[in-house]
Design a binder for this molecule. Structure first.
Ligand SMILES: Cc1ncc(COP(=O)(O)O)c(C=O)c1O
Length: 481
């Protein structure tokens, strides 16, 4: 067991020679201030609300700048420290090319769809994909061919995708242009990407893996293997989710032996991105990568895995608490701990944790709650959490009835009546939820987290959808003639 680590990260690069070019360029700009007659107009924080400045700190505002000034480089095209930082990231993640993303992995998925798929092309996509993939397909006009992963019924969640499911679809559709798989699931269930990639290669079809929740995998041997090493052509990583960068920052990697048109991807990213990228956000991606490679970062990763194991061991000893483990025929990411307590819905457990113990978890469903064991969590956090769960499990908390009528993880097989794009751009009308039954949806309904679709444009609305739609009074449907 790794001992508690004191002052990890006191200094990002302390004791290491890990380069972080954007961080260094920002520091140089900070140390050599100029008279500033350019955006952003708050001019190093001089013109912001005092309370806001107090809250986030003067220094943060001083380095809030975009990519046109102070030798910081540009994002599109990548130049200077930004180019160098992207190259270092590619090396660290084992990619041929890495693009830094603002607007999260959403931007990466949109770019892949828009750059690499065309109207009418078929793309195999898992039904539990994130809505950004669907948005991309609506824009490009490509059609999803759904693959429904295995179901983990007791937990009401989707499980792994099997290579033979992909092979069957490739066999029966000889015009598939791409396979696009999400791995791991939000709850940490891992698919056999190596076998899926073999199948894709056999049929000569590129494989894209949305690894938004797996950006740490290349940095610790106790975590699953990254798709970049298992034969995927491109991979997206939400560094901001678990990798330690600031919110909305992600990376898109093109793998070393991929033949994907990376210039098309780059051009599309330029169209999608803001023309004023935040250097602070880009710097945080650079810092996160450097941190993961540094000695301090490696210790954090070891601590994270040890903490996850500690938590799981503690939870194993609570008789009416259950956790998803890697012993049901699929692998899992040990750091994502999905639990349930007998007699309590996940939503109720979430609110007890929050109100009675001041604990916030990643998410809750009607069944359970998802706990992320993060790089930044200390052993004492896990002790407190495990103690709280012991108390809750033995204290006969009661469930709240109204929560029980809700369902959270959509696990329905879609009945497709129209193409995704045609339905999205069709003439629409808004009708009451009840009147929408039997009509064709014209909108994407995918609540976050985890952003998995309940209904998509072109799908038949049925009574089965209602338990997922408690927050909706009306729905947008394709206008009847
Ligand atoms: C599997 C998956 N892909 C992509 C995304 C989008 O990521 P981001 O929030 O970085 O845009 C998410 C977000 O939850 C996700 O769960």
């Amino acid at each position: 067991m790794v001992k508690e680590i004191k002052n990890i990260n006191k200094n990002l690069n302390e004791g290491t020679k890990i380069k972080a070019p954007i961080v260094e360029a920002l520091k140089a700009a900070y140390d050599n201030p100029t008279y500033q007659f350019h955006i952003p107009g708050h001019t190093k924080g001089r013109a912001v609300l005092k309370d806001f400045k107090k809250l986030i700190g003067e220094k943060a505002l001083s380095v809030d700048t975009t990519d046109e000034f102070d030798n910081l480089g540009t994002l599109h095209p990548a130049t200077g420290p930004i180019k160098e930082a992207q190259e270092l990231a590619a090396e660290a993640f084992g990619a041929k090319k890495t693009f830094f993303l603002l607007n999260g992995s959403t931007a990466g998925n949109l770019a892949i769809a828009m750059a690499l798929t065309k109207k009418g092309q078929k793309v195999i996509v898992n039904r539990n994909c994130h809505r950004s993939i669907l948005t991309g397909l609506i824009i490009s006009g490509a059609e999803p061919i759904w693959v429904c992963p295995n179901r983990i019924e007791d937990w009401s969640i989707w499980g792994n995708i099997e290579a033979n499911q992909i092979e069957k679809l490739l066999e029966s559709n000889n015009d598939i242009s791409m396979v696009w798989i999400t791995n791991p699931t939000y709850e940490g269930v891992v698919s056999d990407i190596k076998s899926i990639s073999k199948v894709c290669k056999k049929y000569g079809v590129p494989l894209i893996v949305d690894e938004a929740h797996g950006c740490l995998w290349n940095f610790n041997k106790h975590l699953p293997e990254t798709a970049l090493k298992l034969g995927a052509d491109a991979v997206v990583h939400s560094l901001h989710k678990t990798g330690g960068s600031m919110s909305q920052t992600s990376m898109l990697h093109i793998s070393k032996d991929s033949c994907l048109d990376e210039i098309a991807v780059e051009k599309t990213l330029k169209l999608l991105h803001t023309t004023s990228p935040s250097l602070m956000l880009l710097g945080s991606l650079d810092a996160a990568r450097a941190n993961l490679q540094s000695k301090g970062g490696q210790k954090l990763l070891d601590r994270m895995v040890a903490n996850a194991k500690y938590l799981r061991n503690r939870l194993d000893n609570i008789s009416n608490l259950h956790q998803i483990k890697a012993d049901f025929g699929y692998k899992t990411d040990v750091t994502k701990v999905f639990i349930k307590i007998d007699g309590l819905s996940g939503k109720r457990l979430e609110s007890i944790l929050e109100i009675d113990f001041g604990i916030e978890v990643e998410s809750a469903s009607d069944i359970g709650v998802l706990i992320l064991c993060n790089l930044g969590n200390k052993r004492s956090d896990f002790k407190y959490l495990a103690d709280a769960l012991e108390k809750i499990a033995s204290n006969h908390y009661h469930d709240v009835y109204y929560l029980e009528k809700r369902k959270h993880m959509p696990m329905l097989e879609p009945q497709i009546k129209m193409s995704l794009r045609d339905a999205f751009y069709a003439d629409k009308e808004r009708v009451s939820k009840e009147d929408a039954i039997g009509r064709i949806s014209a909108e994407v309904i995918a609540e976050c987290p985890p952003g998995i679709s309940i209904l998509l444009p072109g799908e038949l609305i049925t009574e089965e959808h209602l338990p997922y739609l408690n927050d909706y009074d009306t729905l947008e449907v394709v206008k009847s003639e």
